[in-house]
Design a protein around this ligand. Structure first.
Ligand code: SF4
Length: 298
C-alpha cells in the first residue's frame, strides 16, 4: 500500500502533509509532518498540483485557503475536530456584540467561517506573541479555554474573554491523573501542551506545542520525559530519540479523529482524486487575511 501511494503521489505531482498526531504509517508516507503552524506555512509555499492533507477537517480547509490554486484532498471526511466544532459563526457574532471593543484572536483549530469573522488567528505556538502584539487591552480568544487561560497568565496586562471550548484529548487529564503519573515516574520531567488544564500546566517543567515539545526533547538533557499531549508525539519521539524514555501523561490521550485516516483512505483519494475540499471564495478571502496577519506577526 505504501509503495502504491508513493507511486501515485509521483504520477499526480502530489504532496502529502501530515500532522504529528497521525499514525506512524501515515507519517512514513508523508513529505512533511508538522503542527498546525508548520503545515500552514508549508501549504502556502508548495509547488505541486495537489495536496493530500492528513489531519482533521479545519487543517484541510486552512491548506485550501492558503493554496487556493491547488487541489486539496482530505482522505477521511469523518475526521473532524470536536474543539473546532465548539465555536460557531453565529455564537461568536453574539459574543462580539457583547464586547464591541475586543479584538478576536481565533485559534486555527476553528472553521473557515469562524476565522473569516475574526481579526487574527493564532496557533498554540504563537498565541502569546499574537496577543502581546495587539494594541487593544480587551481580547476575545476562541475556542480553547485552556489556551486562552494560558495566554492570560502570560499577558496579565490584557483582559481576555474566554470561550468555553476544549480539546477532549487534553482536557480529560486532571491534576490527580498527573500526580499519579508523576509518582509512578519520579525520575521524569513533564512537558505539556497548552491545551491541557491550567492545574496540569502548573505542574509542567516545559509548556509548548507539539513541534516545540519535540524540539525541546531533542536538545534537553532530560532522560525520561512525561509527554502531555497526543500519543502520536510519543510515537515520533520514540523513533527519533531511542536512547531516551518517554511516558504518555495519560494512556487515553489519543485523538480518535486524528487516527481515522488510514493508508487505504490516502490511496483512494489519490487514485480517484476524491475528497476534494472547497471553501466559499468570500469566506476564504476573509479567513486568509486573518491567517496571513498571524503569519506576519509570528
Ligand atoms: S487533539 Fe484535540 S484539538 Fe487536536 S484534532 Fe484532536 S480534538 Fe481537535
Amino acid at each position: 500500500m505504501k509503495e502504491a501511494i508513493l507511486k501515485l503521489k509521483k504520477e499526480k505531482n502530489a504532496v502529502i502533509l501530515s500532522h504529528h498526531y497521525q499514525s506512524l504509517a501515515i507519517k512514513e508516507i508523508s513529505d512533511y509532518v508538522g503542527d498546525s503552524l508548520e503545515m500552514s506555512k508549508i501549504a502556502a509555499k508548495l509547488d505541486c498540483d495537489m495536496i493530500v492533507l492528513c489531519g482533521v477537517h479545519f487543517m484541510a480547509e486552512s491548506a485550501k485557503i492558503l493554496a487556493p490554486d491547488k487541489k486539496v484532498l482530505f482522505p477521511n471526511a469523518d475526521a473532524g475536530c470536536p474543539m473546532a466544532d465548539m465555536v460557531t459563526k453565529d455564537r461568536l457574532e453574539m459574543l462580539k456584540e457583547q464586547h464591541p471593543d475586543a479584538v478576536v484572536v481565533t485559534y486555527v483549530n476553528s472553521s473557515a467561517e469562524v476565522k473569516a469573522i475574526s481579526d487574527i488567528c493564532c496557533t498554540s505556538s504563537n498565541a502569546t506573541k499574537i496577543v502581546k502584539s495587539i494594541e487593544s487591552k480587551e481580547i476575545i480568544v476562541v475556542p480553547d479555554q485552556n489556551l486562552g487561560h494560558y495566554v492570560q497568565t502570560m499577558c496579565p496586562e490584557k483582559t481576555i474573554h474566554l470561550w468555553k471550548g476544549f480539546c477532549p484529548t487534553h482536557h480529560r487529564v486532571t491534576k490527580m491523573d498527573v500526580l499519579k503519573v508523576k509518582a509512578e515516574n519520579s525520575d521524569a520531567v513533564l512537558y505539556a501542551h497548552p491545551e491541557c488544564r491550567p492545574e496540569v500546566l502548573e505542574m509542567a517543567d516545559f509548556i509548548g506545542t507539539t513541534a516545540q515539545i519535540i524540539e525541546a526533547c531533542k536538545i534537553s538533557e532530560d532522560a525520561h520525559i512525561i509527554i502531555g499531549t497526543e500519543k502520536g508525539v510519543v510515537d515520533t519521539l520514540e523513533k527519533l530519540l531511542p536512547h531516551k524514555r518517554f511516558t504518555l501523561m495519560d494512556t487515553h490521550m489519543i485523538c480518535k479523529n486524528m487516527k481515522k485516516t488510514t493508508l487505504a483512505d490516502v490511496y483512494e483519494v489519490l487514485k480517484h482524486e476524491t475528497g476534494e475540499i472547497f471553501v466559499d471564495e468570500l469566506v476564504a478571502d476573509a479567513a486568509r487575511s486573518a491567517i496571513i496577519k498571524m503569519m506576519e506577526r509570528s
